[in-house]
Design a protein around this ligand. Structure first.
Ligand code: NDP
Ligand code: 2IT
Length: 448
């Protein structure tokens, strides 16, 4: 897998050699380098002054032991990570993921993506990511609290409102951010609201942050539709996942007149031709943390398919909102044959490189996660602004700010793709626009 021009090929080889076995990180780097050929041709200083090579090496990587005691009195050991990737534009910013598949390669791919995504928001935030191989599934609230406290007991010394500002990701939502913030406050004896985002509304959180990633992905998709003179009206949409991003994507699609006919979790998927009943889905997946099978058991119009892939369900628009590499080349072909014309990534890197290539070949418009799902981190930056000014904005005002940010990201992608001779290529537009802003800041700040 290379196909890169010479200078970029050498950088990619170096990344493979220095980071053995970290396949998701290799994939994320390749996807960005693949877009940078025309940039390096036009501006050789980015390669000559080693900006790209520096960008591929995290500024700091922290790995730590997380010991905690489960409900049976047994000591459990997990591994914690925080990769502080790039701070040229602002403090490191990015979520924490708690999932058994987390290892350094996952955290590095997410941290790398975050640099360009955060740059695209136009807000002053650098890129970072963290997490643990802790599996919250089946754990009691008490166990989750003790795990979060143990995790923060090490993490606290590395973060701060001007240094590094974590938030949620898979397995980390309002409950976990609460326990993490509580422990940070207790250890430091400081009510430093800006150290974490995704906080509860009564203790420093922002309106719309919970909804922001899903809403933002739908706003971005709406911009694509508008550019074709279309809208969500009457569109049949398939969303994968049924967590934070998926649920609020479904909510906004329904508000805009589309119908979501299928969604999934890690065990299987449900099809509901009448449109997903959002109250029921929220109750099953967000409030009770149960399996999606329960949705089908309680809703007569729905059926459950164990295993398989939700991309088998024909639709006009597909929004992958679960996890990396969940949509492969075979799925891409199935979607295109079923009439799908837009795929926008709510998750981070859910489409494999082969799927992305096949979308281009079959005329499916593809919006990469670093553009389409940037609404979550953008609203985190709005939460930081509110914390810094000890203010709190209304839902309507915050949602309008989010919508405006997504419109700006969309137009930056479109214009940059055109400037670099690739009209309609959102991947090129996002990678190039995100890169140039960070690269110029790195050049200005000197070799650090
Ligand atoms: P949640 O933990 O709330 O939900 C994750 C959903 O994806 C669940 O339905 C889960 O199923 C499913 N899922 C997770 N891992 C797998 C897997 N290995 N195979 C199949 N299904 C899986 O996470 P979020 O909704 O917050 O995150 C979803 C995606 O969006 C991730 O890629 C994340 O990085 C990205 N993202 C999140 C942002 C945020 O603000 N939260 C911002 C930008 C991107 P199950 O319930 O069975 O585990
Ligand atoms: O992938 C992401 O952008 C997130 N998980 C959100 C990060 C944040 O800091 O809000």
């Amino acid at each position: 897998m290379s196909g890169l021009d010479e200078k970029l090929h050498d950088i990619h080889e170096e990344v493979l050699r220095r980071n053995p076995g970290e396949i998701e990180f290799h994939q994320a780097v390749h996807e960005v380098l693949d877009s940078l050929g025309p940039v390096v041709a036009k501006h050789p200083q980015y390669a000559d002054e080693a900006v790209i090579r520096r960008l591929c090496e995290p500024e700091r990587q922290i790995i730590f032991r997380v010991p905690w005691v489960d409900d049976n009195g047994q000591v459990q050991i997990n591994r914690g990570f925080r990769v502080e990737f790039n701070s040229a534009l602002g403090p490191y910013k990015g979520g924490l993921r708690f999932h058994p598949t987390v290892y350094l390669g996952i955290v590095k791919f997410l941290g790398f993506e975050q640099i360009f995504k955060n740059s695209l928001t136009g807000l002053p935030i650098g890129g970072g990511k963290g997490g643990s191989d802790f599996d919250p599934k089946g754990r009691s609230d008490g166990e989750v609290m003790r795990f979060c406290q143990a995790f923060m007991t090490e993490l606290y010394r590395h973060i701060g409102e001007y240094t590094d500002v974590p938030a949620g990701d898979i397995g980390v939502g309002g409950r976990e951010i609460g326990y993490l913030f509580g422990q940070y406050k207790r250890i430091t004896n400081r009510y430093e609201s800006g150290v974490l985002t995704g906080k509860g509304l009564t203790w420093g959180g922002s309106q719309v942050r919970t909804e922001a990633t899903g809403y933002g992905t739908v706003f971005f998709t709406h911009e694509i539709l508008k550019s074709r003179g279309e809208s969500f009206d009457g569109k049949r949409v398939v969303v994968s996942g049924s967590g934070n991003v998926a649920v609020y994507a479904i909510e906004k699609i329904h508000e805009l007149g589309g119908t979501v006919i299928a969604c999934s979790d890690s065990s299987g998927y449900i099809v509901d031709d009448k449109g997903i009943d959002l109250d029921l889905l929220k109750d099953v997946k967000l409030h009770r943390r149960a399996r999606i099978t329960e949705y089908a058991e309680q809703r007569g119009t729905a059926h459950y398919v164990a295993g398989g892939t939700v991309w088998e369900v024909p639709c006009d628009i597909a929004l992958p909102c679960a996890t990396q590499n969940e949509l492969n080349g075979h799925d891409a072909v199935t979607l295109a044959r079923g009439g799908c014309t837009i795929v926008a990534e709510g998750a981070n890197m859910p489409c494999t490189p082969e799927a992305v290539k096949l979308f281009a070949e079959s005329g499916v418009t593809f919006a990469p996660g670093k553009a389409a799902n940037a609404g979550g981190v953008a609203t985190s930056a709005l939460e930081m602004q509110q914390n810094a000014s000890r203010d709190s904005w209304s839902f309507g005002h915050t949602e309008e700010r989010l919508a405006e940010i997504m419109r700006n990201i969309h137009s930056r992608c479109v214009e940059t793709a055109e400037d670099y001779g690739q009209p309609g290529n959102y991947t090129a537009g996002a990678n190039i626009a995100g890169f140039i802003q960070v690269a110029d800041a790195m050049l200005a700040l000197g070799v650090i």
